[in-house]
Structures are given as C-alpha cells and as structure tokens.
Design a protein around this ligand. Structure first.
Ligand SMILES: [Mg+2]
Length: 340
C-alpha cells in the first residue's frame, strides 16, 4: 500500500467568520492510497480548535507504515492501527480512513451508501451556511443563497439581533442557528432560544461553551427548540456523555476520526433516541462526498463546505433544490475535475 499526500489551498468565496475566527483561504491535505492498481482518495481539513495544522496532519501520515494497511478491506483492524499511532490527529486519521473506504468501494465497484444498505433518496436537505459578516454582506449572501431552502446562520457574537433581522429582511426560509459556544450565561442562552423559536428557527447548535455541560442540561429542560451538540462531541466516546444535555449530536468527519467512527456514532446516538446531524469544515468535494455517503441516516445535514469554495479540484455529491444528490459511482463517488 502506498500513501501519497499534498497540501491544497481552498479559496473561499467570502471571508468566513464564526464566533472564534475569520479566514479567506483554508488549507487541506489530500491523501491518495494506492494498492493493487486502485487509488482511494481522502482529505484532512485540520482545525486549530482541536490543535491541528497541515503540519501535524503530514507528520501523522508519515508515521503510517504501508505494510500495516496491506489489506484495505480490514477496515476495523486498520482503524485500530491508526488509533494506536495517535488518539488525537483526528483529521489526519480521517483522511486515511476515507481513502481506505474509497478504495474498498472502488475494489467492490459499489458506492459506500450501497455497501451500508442505504437508499440515496433518503438523503436529507443540506443547510447552506451564512457566516458572520456586516449586515449588508449578510443580506447579499442570503440573496446569493436563493437556491438553498434551508439556511444556517452563525450567531453567538454581540449582535445576534442585528444578524437575524438582516436575514429576516431578505427571507422567511427556515433557519438553523449555530452559536459556536457563544452564550456563556445560561439565562441569556435560554432567552435567545425562546426568541429564536418565535423566529422560524429549526434548532440551535452548541449554544454554550463545551465545558458548561451542566448549564447546557439546565438549558435543555427549558429550551423550546432542539439543542444539538457540536464542540461537546468530538469522538464516539463523547456521545454517551452528552445524553441529557442535548437532543442530538453534530458529527464531523474531521473531528471523529473517519467514516468508520462516524457510522458507530450515528448508531450510538440513535440507540439513545438522539437526533443525528452531520456537519463539516471548509472541505472539498472529497470529504463532503464521503460524509454524504452516510446522509441517508441523518436527521439534519450541514454538508456545504464545498459550496463555499471557488477552486474545488474534485466533483462528487451535488445539491439540487437543497437536497444532496449522491453520485452513482463507487467508493466516496468523486472524480478529479478534468480527469479521473
Ligand atoms: Mg457548529
């Protein structure tokens, strides 16, 4: 098994701002796993929230010994090997896990969703994210997002009312709200949620800081909207910990360690009757198409990372009227633009 990698700058259509940070370019690491004449693709989009950079991703990939993954079909065993190299390095492990799954699908000649027994028509709508910006730019972004029926807005700063009013001056579409840990006083978080419920909002993601789980549980008892965990749930082992504090979880491939882990998280959450959402970082069609393979199992999808960039080197999943359309291609279903 040969593992190749290279970094790539994803250019953002608009400067992307959330409660934590702001950026114009997002650098990812593409991985290619070659074995028996088949190449599987993977991607790491490292997040500084979890202490990762492109350098830490590359450092991890260099540690992976090809003969330890000599049979990509042995996914469980190979994933355990990757975990033995590092308990963290989530996005790096995800890139290798993704390439391995892509390889297996290609070797079998089936899309991953088919391998998992899923029907592509069950894929949900995806939200389209409007980042924090000036009210004029927010209004422009909302107009540009006309083809997406479900919008996600980022709140949690000190001008939430202003942002929501700007969005509502342009559209009455259903909104999802991500506070990115922005409300640290539980009474204020509750007030915000009650206010959002009256303004056509479907759910609120991560209203309070991740280290305030007890306050979040207090909030859940009183909240009039579903509350979804993002920063509170990184890996499979975090899912049982948030029961009673959240209604559901937001799984991201880049924080959980890959498709194998995501699948386990989905069924763990379902076993506790929690809702399941999948989200993303800024990612190309490689990682988004990989996540989309699981989307028929989801209650909510926020898989728009590839829609926010202007130089995607791959094509795979597309969005029609907001719905994720899974390609009928093996593996994660992507091809390089202008090639294979
Ligand atoms: Mg989030």
């Amino acid at each position: 098994m040969k593992l190749r990698y290279h970094t790539y700058d994803l250019k953002l259509r608009h400067t992307f701002t959330i409660a934590r940070e702001s950026s114009d370019v997002s650098t990812v690491v593409f991985v290619e796993l070659e074995h028996d004449g088949i190449t599987g693709y993977g991607e790491a989009s490292p997040s500084n929230r979890y202490g990762e950079t492109t350098d830490t991703v590359i450092e991890f990939i260099k540690k992976v010994e090809g003969d330890k993954i000599s049979n990509p079909f042995l996914i469980e065993r190979n994933v355990r090997y990757l975990e033995s190299l590092s308990q963290k390095d989530y996005s790096a492990r995800t890139a290798v896990d993704m390439a391995m799954h892509d390889w297996v699908g290609k070797a079998l000649g089936v899309p991953l969703y088919r391998m998992w027994g899923l029907h592509p028509d069950d894929a949900p709508l995806t939200t389209f994210t409007i980042g924090i910006d000036s009210t004029e730019k927010i209004k422009k972004k909302v107009r540009e997002a006309e083809q997406y029926p479900l919008l996600k807005i980022k709140l949690g700063g000190d001008n939430d009312e202003e942002i929501l009013n700007a969005v509502r001056s342009e559209t009455d579409k259903v909104l999802c709200v991500d506070a990115n840990e922005g409300w640290s006083v539980r009474e204020i978080a509750l007030e915000k949620i009650l206010w959002l419920a009256k303004n056509g909002v479907e759910f609120v993601e991560q209203p309070m800081p991740a280290d305030q789980l007890l306050d979040t549980a207090w909030l859940l008892e009183r909240a009039s909207l579903p509350v979804i965990a993002d920063e509170n749930v990184v890996t499979l082992y975090d899912v049982p910990k948030v029961r009673g504090a959240f209604d559901g979880i937001n799984i991201k491939l880049m924080k959980c360690g890959g498709l194998n882990a995501a699948l386990k998280m989905i069924y763990t959450a379902k076993s506790m009757q929690m809702k399941v959402m999948m989200g993303c970082m800024v990612e190309s069609s490689v990682a988004i198409s990989a996540a989309a393979q699981l989307s028929p199992l989801l209650d909510y999808a926020d898989l728009d990372g590839n829609l926010l960039i202007t130089n995607d080197p791959f094509e795979g999943v597309t969005v029609e009227d907001g719905r994720l359309i899974l390609p009928d291609k093996p593996g994660i279903g992507v091809t390089k633009k202008g090639g294979t």
